[in-house]
Design a protein around this ligand. Structure first.
Ligand code: PLP
Length: 374
C-alpha cells in the first residue's frame, strides 16, 4: 500500500508508483508561456540529454512530444523515414509489432526480423537482413520489450546498423532512466521514451532524443502536423514554447522526478535498485513454485513474466484482486503463446515492498486454494 495515497503499490511497467513529492509538484497552475514554465522545460531537456551521455553543445537535442509514449514513437518514425525510405523493424513482442503498424499507416514500406517473444534478435540476423535488402534506410528496435521483460542487445545491433550506414531508432520506453543507454555506446540516431516510466513521473508526454544531424534530416518530411518532430523542436528552439498546449502539471512533476533520479545517484543507482527488486521478485516467486519464461541473461530489471499456475482454481482476475486487497497491483501477461502474468520492479518500490508482495502472494494462493506444483 502506498503510504501517501492509501492506494495499492503498482507492480507494473508504468504508469507506476511515484513519490509524494513528484505528485505534489503538480499543485501549481503555471501558464505555459510563463518564464517559470519555459525555464523548467529548458532545464529538463538538458537533463535528459545528460542521462543519454550527451549535450546540446555536442550536437544532440531533446524534443518533448505531447501524448503517451506511442505518440513519441509515431512522431519519430513518421518524421524520420523519408518518402521512398524503408524501415527494418526487429520484432519480438507487441511493441515491435506496433512500430510496423505505425509505419504501415503512414505508407512507409517495412521489412521485419521477427523472432519469438522469448528470444532476442542477433546482430548477425540484422546484418543478413540489411545485406539482403539494400532499400532499407532505417532500423528500429525496442530496448526492453515490455511484452515479456526481455532486453534486446541494442548496442551490438547498433554496431551492425551503423556499419551498414543506416539510421538507427530505439524505443527505450520502458528502460530509459532505469537501464544505462547512451548515444555513444548504442550509436542511436533517435531514442524515445516517456514521462511515466523509469524517470518515475506521471503519464502525459513522451520525448525523443536525437542527433541534431538526424533531426535536421527530418525537416519537411513529417506526415502529420501534430507529430512533426522537426517542427516541434524548431518551435521550442525559437521561443522556448510548445506549438500546442503542453501538459503543464505533468511536466512540472517530470522535472521534479528527474531531480529525484539525479539525487538517487542517477541511472546507475536506479538500475541497481530495480535489478535488486527484480532478482528478489524472481527468487521469491520461484520459491513459491512459479516459473519465469525469459532466460536469465536476457531478463531486464524492469518487469518479469511468470507462467500461469496450472491449478484449476487459478484465475488471473481473482489473483489480481486478492493481491490488490493486500495493497499490490500486478499486471496481466501478453505472451504470444502460453498464459502468463507480469510483475514490474520499477517505480517507487523498495525491498520492503517486494517482501510485502511475496507475502501477499503466498497468502493469496492460500485464500484462493491454489496449490503450486513442487
Ligand atoms: C517498449 C514500449 N513501447 C511503447 C509503449 C507504449 O507507450 P504508451 O502506452 O505510453 O503509448 C510501451 C508502453 O508500455 C512500451 O513499454
Amino acid at each position: 500500500m502506498d503510504a501517501t495515497s492509501g492506494e495499492p503499490k503498482l507492480f507494473t511497467p508504468g504508469p507506476l508508483t511515484t513519490s509524494r513529492t513528484v505528485k505534489e509538484a503538480m499543485l501549481i497552475d503555471l501558464g505555459s508561456r510563463e518564464v517559470e514554465f519555459t525555464d523548467v522545460i529548458a532545464k529538463f531537456r538538458r537533463q535528459l540529454l545528460d542521462l543519454a551521455g550527451v549535450t546540446k553543445e555536442a550536437g544532440f537535442e531533446a524534443v518533448p512530444v505531447q501524448g503517451s509514449g506511442t505518440y513519441g514513437i509515431e512522431a519519430m518514425i513518421s518524421s524520420a523515414v523519408p518518402a521512398g525510405g524503408k524501415l527494418l523493424v526487429l520484432v519480438n513482442g507487441v511493441y515491435g509489432d506496433r512500430m510496423v503498424a505505425i509505419a504501415a499507416i503512414h505508407g512507409i514500406s517495412t521489412a521485419t526480423v521477427k523472432t519469438s517473444d522469448r528470444t532476442v534478435p542477433t546482430p548477425r540476423e540484422v546484418e543478413e537482413a540489411l545485406a539482403a535488402d539494400p532499400a532499407i534506410t532505417h532500423v528500429a528496435v525496442v530496448h526492453c520489450e515490455t511484452t515479456t521483460g526481455i532486453l534486446n542487445p541494442v548496442t551490438e545491433i547498433g554496431r551492425v546498423v551503423k556499419n551498414a550506414g543506416k539510421t538507427y531508432l530505439i524505443d527505450a520506453m520502458s528502460s530509459f532512466g532505469g537501464i544505462p543507454l547512451t548515444f555513444d555506446e548504442s550509436r542511436a540516431d533517435f531514442i524515445v521514451s516517456s514521462s511515466n516510466k523509469c524517470i518515475e513521473g506521471v503519464p502525459g508526454f513522451s520525448f525523443v532524443l536525437a542527433r541534431r544531424a538526424s533531426l535536421d534530416a527530418c525537416a519537411g518530411q513529417a506526415r502529420t502536423m501534430t507529430l512533426d518532430l522537426h517542427a516541434q523542436w524548431a518551435a521550442l528552439e525559437k521561443s522556448g514554447q510548445f506549438r500546442f498546449t503542453p501538459p503543464t502539471h505533468v511536466m512540472l512533476a517530470f522535472s521534479r522526478a528527474l531531480d529525484e533520479l539525479i539525487a538517487e545517484g542517477g541511472v546507475a543507482a536506479r538500475n541497481l535498485r530495480y535489478a535488486k527488486n527484480q532478482a528478489r521478485v524472481a527468487e521469491g516467486m520461484r520459491a513459491l513454485g512459479f516459473h519465469t519464461v525469459i532466460k536469465e541473461e536476457w531478463q531486464s530489471p524492469i518487469i518479469t513474466t511468470f507462467l500461469d499456475p496450472t491449478h484449476p482454481n487459478y484465475d488471473f482476475e481473482a489473483l489480481h484482486d486478492a493481491l490488490k486487497k493486500r495493497g499490490c497491483a500486478i499486471y496481466p501477461g501478453k505472451l504470444s503463446q502460453g498464459d502468463a502474468f507480469r510483475i514490474g520492479s520499477v517505480g517507487q518500490l523498495f525491498p520492503e515492498d517486494i517482501e510485502h508482495l511475496l507475502t501477499s502472494m503466498e497468502e493469496s494462493l492460500v485464500e484462493l486454494g491454489i496449490e503450486m506444483e513442487p
